[in-house]
Design a protein around this ligand. Structure first.
Ligand code: C5P
Length: 248
C-alpha cells in the first residue's frame, strides 16, 4: 500500500463489548469474513481473561486488546509481556503514563515477542478520554483544550516510539497535521448515516473518517446491534471501498 492511499481504505475492527465468551463468540462468528479483526476490552478481559481471548483468537482473525494500561513503567512492562503472550495485533496503553512507561512497554513487547516467535503487538496510545472535557482537564490543572492536549500526548507517544493513537473522529485532521502519516490512527465513534447514534456524540460516518485519514475504524453497535450484523458490516465495507475507488 502506498502512503497516498493508505488512509483511503481503513481496516474495519468490530468492538465486541460483552462480558462473556459465549456472547462474544456468538457476535463474532457471523462476522469472521466481514471484518479485519475484533476488539476486546476491559469488560470482556476482566470477566474471561486470557482464556477468553484465546477462544476468540481461535476464530482466526486478529485481536485488538483494549486494556488501556496505565501504571509505573515496571508494572506496565510486565502487563505488556503477559499480553504479548496472547499475540494481539493491537494493544492500548495511556500516553498519560509518560514516556518512560511507553518506552518500557515497547521494549517489553519487542523482547517478549522475539522470545515467543510472534509478531510484536502494535502499541496504541490512548490520549484524552472522550468522556473528559475542558472543565475536567482544568480540574486536573491542565490548562489546554482537549484537542491541544490530545496532540501533545500523541506527540509524546510518537517520540517514545509508539505505533499509533486511538482518537476521536474530530481529532484525525489535527493529529495528521501535527504528526504526519507515520502514526497509525485508530478511530472509534463511527456511525454510518443509517445507524442510530446511541451515546456517541461527536461522530463521523465511515466515509468521512476514511477521507479524514483514519487507518482503522472501530465499530461496535452499528454492527453488533443490527438486525443482520454481517449485512451491516458488508454495507460499511462497501462504503469504504467506494471511498478507496474514488481516491485511487
Ligand atoms: O458501539 P460503538 O461503535 O460505540 O463502540 C465503539 C468502541 O470504541 C467501544 O468499544 C468503546 O468503548 C470504544 N471507544 C469509544 N470512544 C473512545 C475510545 C474507545 O467509543 N474515545
Amino acid at each position: 500500500m502506498t502512503e497516498s492511499n493508505r488512509a483511503a481504505m481503513p481496516l474495519l475492527y468490530c468492538a465486541l463489548d460483552v462480558a462473556s465468551r459465549d456472547a462474544a463468540l456468538a457476535l463474532a462468528r457471523p462476522l469472521i469474513n466481514e471484518v479485519d479483526g475484533f476488539k476486546l476490552g476491559l469488560e470482556f478481559f476482566v470477566a474471561e481473561g486470557p482464556a477468553g481471548v484465546e477462544a476468540l483468537k481461535a476464530l482466526g482473525r486478529p485481536i485488538f486488546l483494549d486494556l488501556k494500561l496505565h501504571d509505573i513503567p515496571n508494572t506496565v512492562a510486565g502487563a505488556v509481556r503477559s499480553a504479548t503472550a496472547l499475540a494481539p495485533k493491537y494493544l492500548t496503553l495511556h500516553a498519560g503514563g509518560g514516556v518512560a512507561m511507553m518506552q518500557a512497554a515497547i521494549e517489553a513487547a519487542s523482547d517478549e515477542a522475539a522470545k515467543r516467535g510472534v509478531a510484536r503487538p502494535k502499541l496504541l496510545a490512548v490520549t484524552v478520554l472522550t468522556s473528559l472535557d475542558a472543565g475536567d482537564l482544568a480540574a486536573q490543572a491542565i490548562a489546554s483544550e482537549p484537542e491541544a492536549q490530545v496532540v501533545r500526548l500523541a506527540t509524546l507517544a510518537k517520540s517514545a516510539g509508539i505505533d499509533g493513537a486511538v482518537c476521536s473522529p474530530r481529532e484525525i485532521v489535527a493529529l495528521r497535521q501535527a504528526l504526519g502519516p507515520a502514526l497509525e490512527l485508530v478511530v472509534p465513534g463511527i456511525r454510518p448515516d443509517w445507524a442510530a447514534t446511541g451515546d456517541q456524540k461527536r461522530v463521523m460516518t465511515p466515509t468521512e473518517a476514511a477521507q479524514a485519514g483514519a487507518d482503522v475504524l472501530v465499530i461496535g453497535r452499528p454492527i453488533t446491534g443490527a438486525p443482520n450484523p454481517a449485512g451491516a458490516a458488508r454495507r460499511i465495507r462497501a462504503e469504504l471501498t467506494a471511498v478507496g475507488a474514488r481516491s485511487a
